[in-house]
Ligand binder design. Structure first.
Ligand SMILES: Cc1ncc(C[n+]2csc(CCOP(=O)(O)OP(=O)(O)O)c2C)c(N)n1
Length: 361
């Protein structure tokens, strides 16, 4: 079941025509030809980053990968709405957002390759490490946003999560608590239609964005395959959060075109024809059609986009293969900010265990 409504914000039709909107059109009025071309380049590059992740996993270089294929516009539109001082709390699928935050290519794969317990230093890019516990990041974002408010900092926190996460208590608590305290947090739900094998319609008896009303915050449903609409809507929600008007819930309606992770086989649960239906709404094709209509996509530009994607892919691959194996005991280093007796004991036990191997000294 596809839960969309006629309230869904859309600024580009699937065939690349501009669609007027009384509120959100004005929020992207600053985008000139160069900016539009930049957004398309971003979409192509992050699709390539994602494909590289899948290829590396298939070649045995990564243990696992969670593809974002199909969700590029939701991630680039929202990621490009962020300002440097905003702080992102992602799930495990936000590779496109990480790219917008300027992640070091060498850091993209650390957790997936098993050379690190996370992917990046959160304070390098103002983005927390990937959350594997479904929905936990909603609470982290809310707490961080309350800190921003108390410190009087004009910035916002953003929590990214999937449709399945809305059934998790943590998200319900985060929505309730942030509304009570008017925390500057934007809840960005990518409704990609599947929580592994559970279709969204099973758990969402009303469209997800409508739940916001019950918490006393605005809820907006946006076409998640329309990069301009997502950018406009996220700019709006972030700005009102930064200005002290409290949280908002965005539901970006998109589609996971690949498997849940490289360990999943969606042909076992996906109805026949659904993928083909969503291929017609491909976020990259839509933006390219817009550029072509507006005379912004000549051959030289398209070649430059391909060259950029090739360069990023080559850098990522090299960065991945060069990731150093960690010292085994380093996994105990960042469990707590300060020394902890239980961690110290576990470290000592593990060190003794490693010492027991022949040739270890
Ligand atoms: C608290 C918790 N329960 C269950 C899981 C197992 N799990 C991993 S992904 C997933 C589905 C998540 O779906 P959704 O929130 O829609 O995000 P998507 O993967 O589609 O981006 C589940 C249930 C988990 N990681 N954490």
């Amino acid at each position: 079941m596809t839960v969309t409504t006629d309230q869904m914000v859309q600024l580009i039709t699937p065939t690349g025509e501009r669609r007027p909107h009384p509120v959100y059109e004005g929020l992207i009025a600053d985008l000139d030809g160069a900016a539009l071309r930049g957004l398309y380049e971003d979409l192509v590059v992050v699709r390539r980053i994602d494909a590289e992740g899948t290829a590396l996993q298939r070649q045995g270089q990564l243990g696992l990968w969670a593809p974002m294929l199909g969700q590029e516009a939701a991630q680039i539109g929202s990621g490009r709405a962020l300002q440097t001082e905003d702080f992102v709390f992602p799930s495990y699928r936000e590779h496109g957002v990480a790219y917008c935050r300027g992640v070091d290519p060498a850091d993209v794969f650390g957790m997936w390759r098993g050379t690190s317990l996370s992917c990046w230093d959160p304070y390098d890019i103002n983005m927390a490490i990937p959350a594997i516990i479904i929905g936990a990041q909603g609470l982290h974002a809310t707490g961080y946003a309350l800190g921003l408010k108390r410190d009087g900092v004009e910035a916002a926190a953003v929590a990214y999560f999937g449709d399945g996460a809305t059934s998790q208590g943590d998200i319900a608590e985060a929505l309730g608590f942030s509304a009570t305290y008017q925390a500057p947090v934007v809840f960005f739900c990518q409704n990609n239609h599947w929580a592994i094998s559970e279709p969204v319609g099973l758990q969402a008896q009303v469209p997800i964005y409508q739940r916001a009303a019950g918490y006393g915050m605005p809820g907006i449903q946006v076409d998640g395959n329309d990069v301009l609409a997502v950018l406009a809507v996220t700019r709006w929600a972030l700005q009102r959060a930064r200005e002290g008007s409290g949280p908002a819930l965005i539901e970006a309606v998109t589609y996971r075109m690949g498997p849940h992770t490289t360990a999943d086989d969606p042909t076992r649960y996906r109805p026949t024809g659904e993928l083909e239906e969503w291929r017609e709404r491909d976020p990259l094709a839509r933006m390219l059609a817009l550029l072509q209509r507006e005379g912004l996509a000549d051959d030289a530009y398209l070649e430059s986009v391909t060259a950029k994607a090739d360069a990023v892919a080559a850098e990522l691959r090299a960065g991945c293969l060069a990731l150093p194996d960690p010292a085994p005991l380093s996994m105990f280093d960042n469990v707590y900010a300060e020394a902890h007796p239980l961690v110290a004991e576990e470290r000592a036990q593990y060190a003794a265990y490693l010492d027991g191997f022949e040739g270890s000294n």
